[in-house]
Design a protein around this ligand. Structure first.
Ligand code: PAF
Length: 292
């Protein structure tokens, strides 16, 4: 079989968006977690008004691909990276929430430089994917060729030399929007109004000193978080989607990672600590449910 140009690991909302956008311009493969997941995807999915019928594979039966884009949730990272290596690519780009610097347990050979940032936003409603906001994808400089492919696919994409700053800016957004929306079970737009707005402000200001590379004034940080909430107002955040589906959340790779950074810097982050405990309660309830 010919080599695929791009393999996307993680058929969640964003994985489906990237695979569908790339399909008209190159050979793209969507990698599912299991045989059942692959069968469901092969039957096709809806993205807006389009019906998408992707090429699908699942580990360990994998072909080869030139580029791999990893778009799984934090808890699934280790398995995804194993699959990514099995595809024998020239480069593995992670576009996940959270960052390799303190969020994920780095695996042998895993490099921080291989992490980009995307502000595309989408959510899934069953087999229907809703692409709620057109964002931008920033890639490490070694991925210029993949950036070009993404642009040909109609996505806004470019290489960015200041990726550490961008990753921390994305992490700031995710440690505010994701837990608040997951706990309140509301769409992102709910952050724009009282009483969630006050909590979001508090979480934003408290996180700033723990993310020194993000280089934003408190005012600019607040504006950024609320601009994303506004732009993605109709979105169910990925953490809310996990809670609603009874999956493990990214609590540890987002809020947990922020707590670890704060501890290392000797900073107090009481609101994030409370949010972390509340999310733990949600996951505990889910585990209790699974046992009964
Ligand atoms: O994780 C998510 O859902 C997204 O990163 C964001 C930006 C919060 C939009 O929903």
């Amino acid at each position: 079989m010919n080599r695929y140009d791009v393999a996307v690991i993680g058929p969640g909302a964003l994985g489906r968006v990237f695979a569908a956008a790339l399909a008209p311009v190159c050979r793209v493969l969507l990698v599912a977690r299991s045989a059942q997941g692959a069968r469901d995807l092969e039957a096709g999915y809806r993205l807006g008004d389009h019906r998408v019928r992707p090429d699908v594979a699942f580990p360990p039966r994998l072909p080869t691909a030139r580029w791999v884009i990893v778009l799984v949730k934090g808890p699934d990272t280790a398995a995804a990276l194993e699959a990514a290596r099995a595809l024998g690519p020239s480069g593995i780009l992670s576009l996940q929430n959270g960052d390799l610097e303190g969020c994920f347990q780095p695996l042998p050979g895993q490099r921080l430089e291989d992490q980009g940032v995307t502000t595309e936003a989408a959510y899934r409603d069953g087999n229907h994917t809703v692409w709620t906001a057109r964002g931008e994808t920033l890639l490490p400089e070694a991925f210029a060729e993949l950036a070009e492919l993404l642009r040909r696919a109609g996505l806004r994409a470019r290489t960015e030399p200041q990726l550490r700053r961008e990753r921390q800016r994305k992490l700031l957004v995710n440690v505010v929007i994701n837990p608040v929306t997951a706990l309140a079970r509301r769409e992102n737009g709910a952050l724009l109004e009282s009483p969630l707005r006050e909590l979001a402000e508090r979480l934003t200001l408290e996180a700033l000193p723990a993310l020194p590379a993000l280089d934003l004034t408190p005012q600019a940080a607040l504006e950024r978080v609320f601009a994303v909430a506004q732009l993605t107002a109709a979105n169910r955040s990925s953490m809310l989607a996990d809670v609603l589906a009874g999956r493990l959340t990214e609590r540890e790779t987002l809020t947990g990672a922020l707590l670890r950074r704060a501890d290392a810097l000797g900073l107090e982050v009481p609101a994030h600590r409370s949010v972390h405990a509340l999310l733990g309660g949600l996951e505990g309830a889910r585990a209790g449910h699974a046992r009964t």
